[in-house]
Design a protein around this ligand. Structure first.
Ligand code: ADP
Ligand code: MG
Length: 309
């Protein structure tokens, strides 16, 4: 099976209208005709075997996750996903791998009506790089830099499941295993937050690190309340220091953290079906503070996952 046969067999599918793709797979470049009045949000993320997922990860989960991490970034901007490019490097054209990979990839793509419009295929170590794009009304993108003192800091999913599953790998309990392998990008939530949240970020590098980025961009600080942090099932069995390390610093957490003033928060709560966890408040004093279960307030180091350190 050569490169072209591989693309035809596993990846060439007709793009949906929302992708705005006039020319897709099969020419030198895709051609898009963006909808009037919309801006394009575009992002890219790479997964490398052994670094971003264990070598023995099921292929369908690799396909799902490669797209999910990108849709999470689009969700954090408040964009409606529309399409993506797939740059795939693999050691050999293994049909079992490709069938599984494509099934997980397209399962998530179909849930969000997000079309594959092109890419590149090469031989090499297993790595998957996806560039995804989506639309949002011009001027409405949610940025990291808009948080104001007094805004409430909100989460919309429990923390620490993915980090716990990775630590337990390959014997992860089913609940946390799904958090690691099948993260659900919060696309619908992102659309509901747009024009309500003062700032938003996805916490893929861990809450402390990514909230730190939001605070830096907004020029302010925050205090978090330990007792308000939602924890994934299974974390209660961990020793406290371990539990908080997973919850605050564990990466692979593809959910949103947003800041909202009181009125937009009320409006969101009346519309959003799932729980909204208020975990702290934005303050004008810089830095990230932490009120423990004992009421003591301490500074929180903002280390998350970093390449090249
Ligand atoms: P070129 O040599 O002109 O760069 P390629 O031979 O790399 O073109 O790709 C041929 C067509 O197949 C292009 O439209 C490209 O976007 C598409 N393509 C290549 N690899 C993939 C892939 N992994 N998934 C989807 N489309 C792909
Ligand atoms: Mg090419």
């Amino acid at each position: 099976m050569d490169e072209f046969e591989l693309i035809r067999r596993y990846f060439a599918r007709a793009p949906a209208a929302v992708s705005a793709c006039r020319v897709g797979i099969g020419d030198d470049a895709a051609v898009l005709q963006p909808p009037a009045g919309q801006e394009m949000a575009v992002c890219s993320d790479t997964l490398i075997a052994g670094r971003h997922f264990p070598h023995d990860t099921p292929p369908a989960d690799i396909g799902w996750k490669a797209l999910a991490v990108n849709l999470s970034d689009l969700a954090a901007m408040g964009a409606q996903p529309a399409g993506f490019l797939l740059n795939l490097s693999l050691p050999q054209p293994d049909p079992a791998f490709l069938t599984g990979f494509a099934s997980g990839l397209f399962e998530l793509a179909q849930q969000h009506e997000c079309s594959l419009i092109g890419g590149d295929t090469t031989r090499g170590e297993l790595s998957i790089s996806i560039t995804a794009y989506g639309w949002l009304p011009a001027g409405t993108a949610m940025l990291r830099g808009g948080a104001q003192p007094g805004d409430q800091i909100c989460l919309f999913a429990p923390l620490g499941g993915a980090a716990l599953a990775l630590a337990q790998w390959p014997h992860s309990a089913p609940g946390v295993r799904a958090a690691l392998l099948r993260p659900q990008p919060q696309v619908a939530l992102g659309l509901q937050l747009r024009q309500r949240a003062s700032a938003c970020i996805d916490i893929s590098d861990g809450l402390a690190a990514d909230l730190g980025h939001l605070l830096q961009a907004s020029g302010c600080g925050a205090q978090l309340d330990a007792q308000a942090i939602p924890l994934a099932a299974g974390l209660d069995a961990c020793a406290p220091a371990q539990r908080w390390d997973y919850a605050l610093h564990g990466g692979d957490e593809y959910s949103l953290c947003a800041t909202l003033a009181a009125e937009p928060l009320r409006a969101l709560r009346s519309e959003f079906a799932a729980p909204v966890y208020v975990i702290g408040e934005i303050e004008s004093a810089r830095g990230l503070r932490w009120r423990g279960a004992d009421g003591q307030i301490n500074c929180l180091p903002n280390h998350g996952y970093r390449h090249f350190t």
